[in-house]
Design a binder for this molecule. Sequence first.
Ligand code: GAP
Length: 556
Amino acid sequence: MVDLDKIVSLCKRRGFIFQSSEIYGGLGSAWDYGPLGVEYKNNVKRLWWRDNVHLRDDMVGLDAAITMHPKVWEASGHLASFSDPFMGCLDCGRHYRGDQLAEALADSKWWLSLKERKDKGSWADIQKWTQNERDGKKLAPNLALVKHPEEIIFLMQGVTPQVSDAVEETPKVSVIGPVGTTTVSPSSLSDEMFLRMVANHSSPCPSCGGRLSEPKPASLMLEIVLGPVKETGTLTYLRPETAQGIFVNFDNVLQSSRKKLPFGIAQIGKAFRNEITPGNFTFRTREFEQMEIEFFVRPGTDEEWHQKWIDARFQWYQTYGIRKENIRLREQEPDELAFYAKRCVDVEYLFPMGWSELEGIANRTDYDLKQHSRLSGRTLEYFDEETKQKIDPYVIEPSAGADRSALAFLVDAYQEEQVRGEKRVVLRFHPELAPTKIAVLPLLKKNSKIVETATRICHGLRKHWIAMYDDTASIGRLYRRQDEVGTPFCVTVDVQTVGDENKPPDGEVTIRDRDSMEQIRVPIDRLEAVMMDLMAGRWAKVYSESRKQPVAGASA
Ligand code: GAP
């Protein structure tokens, strides 16, 4: 699996994603999509919209406002309970999510380094670790063990593994005391117990080893005041999910589109959450885009529809290139479920930092529509013409992140390979996802006939696809550049195409396939028709029927 730093670096270098407000030192965990990035992310969203709205009879779209009436968030339950447990380091001031602390600690630099000594070393080694400028003093300067090595080690030495259960209840290490003359080795203490003791029984900060506060809930809602004067303005929130815009428009859509159950409403848009631990590039940010569907069904058919959506959404990612071994479904445990959910299955992707959520597919029951009916006083029931009865529809919600999907497709497409002794970086994007579909490259930029022909071809192709012209390097280098941004096909115009004093023009161009690096010669007047085939994924067929171009050295 590729390292996330490589992805971040490629994204900046090639204009996919930049750090927000970089010239001012950057705004943490906020990202801007550059010239290639905006095309790429738009492709992700366009494909999602096409497949979920345009290609289905039972779906319509919506684009609701980001700011909504504050009552919406009362009805949805966000004001009361959309929070994460939060812990702050009393020494370095960093913040952690209480429910992610164990994970953060397991990955923390100081713990990984100390654990190595614990597992292999003696107490003397551990003491050395605390005093070494490159170990304890640098990695965990605020850890109790580093600040008071003698006392803590003395107490730890006397703790036998057998008394560990009793110790768990004990708030301070100082009351435990050594047990007689028994001296235990560091490795005989469990990791859990060892960690608790090196931090003198508080929770240690994964960053500096300092003391963390007790967990308390922190709201994820971002407040805004609408109106020119803060004191008299309307306090509301930037939406933390796009879903509520759909629920409050249920009746508007129903009346105007005359849809019958089962049907769904799709929306793509920005959402905002005051995340405690944003990070891992665009994976978790405070501002992000969601692609959400609220699919309304008759109660009693909800479980069947839920399963249909789980299957469809799991397949969707694979259709556009995610490899089978990198994607999985995970059933949420009962204690993870949102309070309104009957069942929720996450689509997870194997990101560079491990398996993480890409999309959640929840059965939200009739909770939201009923809540909005109750608080607004406007009924959001559905009148069933067949049974002449009013019903409260159930809702199946496939909720995906546009930024997370874009990151997953990019990570999955990234490959490094050796070609004739040189490293080739290639993004093997599905052609529909690639930001540029075709690059038109003149072999000699000083030959005006070649340049004119290449420019004309490029403009012609642009009527159907995003095509770019590049003559700023040698052909080998131009191919590598296009590989690195995932352009599926390059079209090269050379002397043979336009002819010279010795030979008449043959009117053909070379098409090079990004993945196989194979090349074929095609007449210019057939180029569009051939490209139609190629974009549909038919390189092998076209290649077998075409005149091959031998691949030479750097032009591979
Ligand atoms: N309406 C349901 C809902 O919002 P969620 O699981 O909280 O459910 C859905 O969010 C999806 O939105 C996630 O699977 C993820 O892809 C994306 N998402 C959520 N929080 C995010 C964040 N802070 N940064 C980037 N994407 C996020």
